[in-house]
Design a protein around this ligand. Sequence first.
Ligand code: F6R
Length: 244
Amino acid sequence: MTGPRVVIVEDADDIGRVGADLVAEAIARNPAASITAATGQSPIGLYAALAERYRSGAFETDAVTVFQLDEYLGLAPSDRRSLLGWMRRSFLKPLDVDADRVFPLTADGDPRKACAAFDQSIEVRGLLDIAILGLGRNGHLGFNEPPSAAESPTRVVELSAITIEDNARYWGSLADVPTRAITMGMRNLLNARQVVLLASGEVKRAIVRQALEGPIGPEVPASLLRAAKADVTVIVDRAAWGNR
Ligand code: F6R
């Protein structure tokens, strides 16, 4: 275990460029990569830069498989808050990833069975090759809210107050944020071959420090990356890193 590589860059634009280079190289090396990718603010620049590299022929996407990282529970697919819809707009469509190459997270029928089948789909494809993740202010990855064990499977979760508060800016008000979600579990994230974790802005400074330098454990799920076999790169901007 070598531990995460921390790349400190100037600002959010640089996070996008550096992150896109990493992901573009990874897909070029492995065109049949299994990928999971976060929604939210952090990866927006990366996705835009990645789409540019795709359009200029740096890699192809017809053989990739994408596994949805997280989704609010109980929304109609057409709901404006659907995270799959967000993924389509920011990642899947710009990269021309066909719907039949995407495994959405749904809890149709028996949620336990649906989650177990989702994990099995990742496992039969040989686990994830690339996970592009953001960092919650409480240390969550996906919607693996604290505490989340390293072995946690894909499951239904209650969102924490801090996550609901942070997500309200996307949907209007606190009342617009669903309180339950499904998240890919820590187990499959930690078993990914390559993890790219992005953190931007002063608002992430305290949790970046905790995740990278605090105790490793379920109370800060991102800290578990330090004990993972994965090749982990954490890309932070100056504001998230602080003056040290
Ligand atoms: C969303 C997700 C979350 C976010 C995290 C950071 O799909 O997986 O873990 O990545 O909450 O969100 P932003 O980037 O909006 O600060």
